[in-house]
Ligand binder design. Structure first.
Ligand code: AMP
Length: 177
């Protein structure tokens, strides 16, 4: 089973991704996590990625696609996966040829997302207010069209991301059954 999770920062997608990975015994892969790890590397690419994610911009489509493709070619992902954070643009979605079973969209208001992120204890370098606002604006501009892309393919499942963690997880499991 191949599942994609889409939502703005603070929508709870990584929480749900980890729960799903546990319930379905599938590996969980987050592009945001991959990029935060790459940003620690003391190389020109590491520095570029650090600046880009800290400012709240997206990594270019082609590089992102190459990285995702490389990860997903590994043996542990052959039976399926939970993919969080990719695709984020229509170009990425079009380039991505894997046969996806479900795309879950966690819908939360911008206000709720900002509220949740500002209440986190584990402060991150890429979570300045300016970067978060830029990411939210970018979501509306370049990621919302990805929702339509998957809706047309009848793969999109809309979830109320403002429900409780347990409720959302149960609802997803019901859809999968
Ligand atoms: P996330 O943890 O999913 O919010 O991702 C953190 C940051 O990583 C994003 O703000 C982007 O800078 C970068 N990123 C993650 N996924 C992608 C993607 N699919 N395309 C481009 N940039 C990405």
């Amino acid at each position: 089973m191949k599942i994609i999770l889409i939502g703005i920062q603070g929508s709870g997608k990584s929480t749900q991704g980890n729960l799903l990975a546990e319930s379905l015994k599938l590996p969980y892969l987050s592009t945001g996590h991959i990029f935060r790890e790459m940003a620690k590397e003391k190389t020109p690419e590491g520095r570029y990625i650090k600046e880009t994610i800290n400012a709240g911009f997206l990594i270019p489509d082609h590089r992102t696609y190459e990285i995702v493709k490389e990860y997903l070619s590994r043996s542990e992902y052959q039976k399926g996966y939970i993919l969080d954070g990719f695709p984020r643009t229509v170009k990425q979605a079009e380039e991505f040829k894997d046969e996806i079973d479900y795309v879950f969209y966690f819908k939360v208001s911008d206000k709720e997302a900002l509220w949740r992120i500002s209440g986190r204890d584990d402060e991150r370098d890429d979570e300045t207010l300016q970067a978060i606002r830029r990411r939210i604006a970018q979501f509306h501009e370049v990621t919302e069209p990805v929702l339509d892309y998957y809706r047309k393919k009848r793969l999109l499942v809309d979830m109320d991301g403002e429900e409780t963690i347990e409720r959302i997880h149960k609802d997803i499991m019901r859809v999968l059954r």
